[in-house]
Design a protein around this ligand. Structure first.
Ligand code: HAM
Length: 428
């Protein structure tokens, strides 16, 4: 029974997205591509799996994503591989392998795989669009990256979201801060949640991010990293803030924003939708990772990027009533009851002229074809019956918005349909 079901269902935590619901995915992807291409980012395509070491080294053995969630397996040659749980480490591995000239600005759209407990907004295969920019250390690049994400949400029609930013410092200021925090937390160990009483020593920063009330209270007055930034990190963060102010990108400071991957340095940020359930409301996040290229064996090269969860963005769109879900209807539906040649040739001619055109197959009756034409949402039905075939004509019947039926010569149909369906034109 279970096996039988297994062959007929997508695995737990995964989803099929079928037409026409997938129309919104097309809009999300093309909106993102347009936006980031204008800012000089080019598409990068990576494998869906890497040697597991890429993620173990890049994201960090102690992170939840690597320690608890990664899909890792030896392949048939015994090589240890992992499905990518995120985009950044793979993109940086590709940078190290191909050493393109910097600044190198890349964007991607990718599935990501994490063996999490599935719930609304949390999946085992989710999808991200993201950018990674490598080379410059300039804080203005941080501003560019953060404001691109902000513009993307707004381009989709979202407005009810917040941006939180923080600085994680760097190799100079963070170690001393971690010791300060550790001392503070060790003195309060028994007041922390069960998990962090044990994990505190491995990485005290994670306690700041804990959503449980005990840890929240225990860290309420903890020392803040932004008060202990070194003389390089402090002005960097000040410039980031000034840039976001200058571009009118609203944000709040959150000294608890310690994202779950080990590669982050300096600027980190997260966007949360205020319109969806608080547990899964992160619609995107990212930050600087100035040491990651070196961690993966490349030359010292700073970098920054973000990943945006497409499913979460669509949930936020639903909650805000943004991003219409209906694909545009075809301009014309060819109804052919005279043998099918016209349907074949006319749809091809219309499509070559740049118009969306559909047709029926399998020699359906006039009534059935008209029903399909109507269901397709087409603006016009182009009818070719035995009489039209003899006369070399096509009957154009408006299916939407009224207007009279008319008969035109076959060789004028494409021009007439173009004129009748182009914006602003009224049916003559
Ligand atoms: P992340 O915060 O782990 O960052 O994921 C980015 C976004 O992916 C999240 O904000 C969320 O919208 C979505 N997401 C994550 N996990 C799931 C899930 N299980 N189900 C549904 N959506 C999910 C990264 O992955 C970093 N690589 C971002 C980055 C790029 N940092 C620098 N460059």
């Amino acid at each position: 029974m279970a096996e039988d079901l297994g062959a007929r269902r997508a695995p737990t935590g995964t989803h099929d997205v079928l037409w026409p619901a997938s129309w919104r995915w097309e809009v999300v992807l093309s909106t993102f591509a347009d936006l980031v291409q204008r800012a000089g980012y080019g598409l990068v395509q990576n494998p869906m799996f890497e040697y597991a070491a890429v993620f173990r080294r890049g994201i960090g053995e102690g992170s939840d994503v690597v320690g608890k969630e990664m899909y890792e397996f030896p392949d048939r040659d015994g090589q240890l591989l992992a499905l990518r749980p995120e985009g950044t480490a793979s993109v940086v591995r590709a940078f190290v392998q191909h050493h393109p000239v910097t600044p190198w600005k890349a964007w991607y759209a990718t599935p990501a795989f994490r063996h999490e407990r599935p719930q609304a907004g949390r999946y085992r295969q989710h999808h991200q669009v993201g950018v990674e920019a490598l080379g410059p250390t300039d804080a203005d690049l941080d501003v560019e990256v953060v404001s691109l994400a902000d513009s993307f949400y707004r381009a989709l029609g979202l407005a009810d979201f917040t941006l939180k930013i923080n600085s994680m410092g760097d190799g100079r200021c963070r170690p001393a801060y971690i010791e300060l925090l550790r001392t503070y937390l060790v003195a309060r160990r028994t007041t922390l949640c069960d998990e962090h009483q044990g994990r505190l020593d491995a990485n005290p920063l994670r306690v700041l991010d804990c959503k449980r009330e005990a840890c929240k209270q225990a860290t309420a007055t903890a020392p803040r990293l932004i008060d202990h930034l070194c003389e390089d990190c402090a002005p960097h963060f000040a410039r980031v803030r000034a840039g976001l102010d200058a571009l009118g990108v609203p944000y709040g400071l959150d000294h608890r924003l310690v994202r779950g991957f080990d590669y982050y340095t300096r600027t980190t940020f997260e966007f949360a939708s205020a319109a969806i359930d608080a547990a899964q409301n992160a619609i995107g996040g990212g930050g600087r990772y100035d040491g990651l290229v070196e961690m993966l064996g490349g030359p010292p090269t700073p970098g920054i990027g973000f990943g945006i969860g497409i499913e979460r963005v669509l949930i936020a769109c639903d909650a805000e009533g943004a991003l219409a879900a209906t694909p545009p209807p075809p301009a014309a539906f060819v109804v052919d009851t005279a043998g099918g040649d016209a349907a074949r040739d006319l749809t091809a001619a219309l499509r070559r002229a740049g118009l969306a055109a559909e047709r029926a197959f399998d020699g359906r009756s006039m009534k059935a074809q008209m029903k399909l034409a109507d269901r397709s949402g087409a603006v016009l039905a182009l009818i070719v019956g035995p009489q039209e075939q003899v006369n070399g004509t096509v009957t154009i019947r408006p299916l939407r918005g009224g207007g009279d039926q008319r008969v035109v010569p076959l060789d004028e149909v494409v021009g007439t349909v173009t004129a009748m369906t182009s914006e602003g034109d009224t049916v003559p």
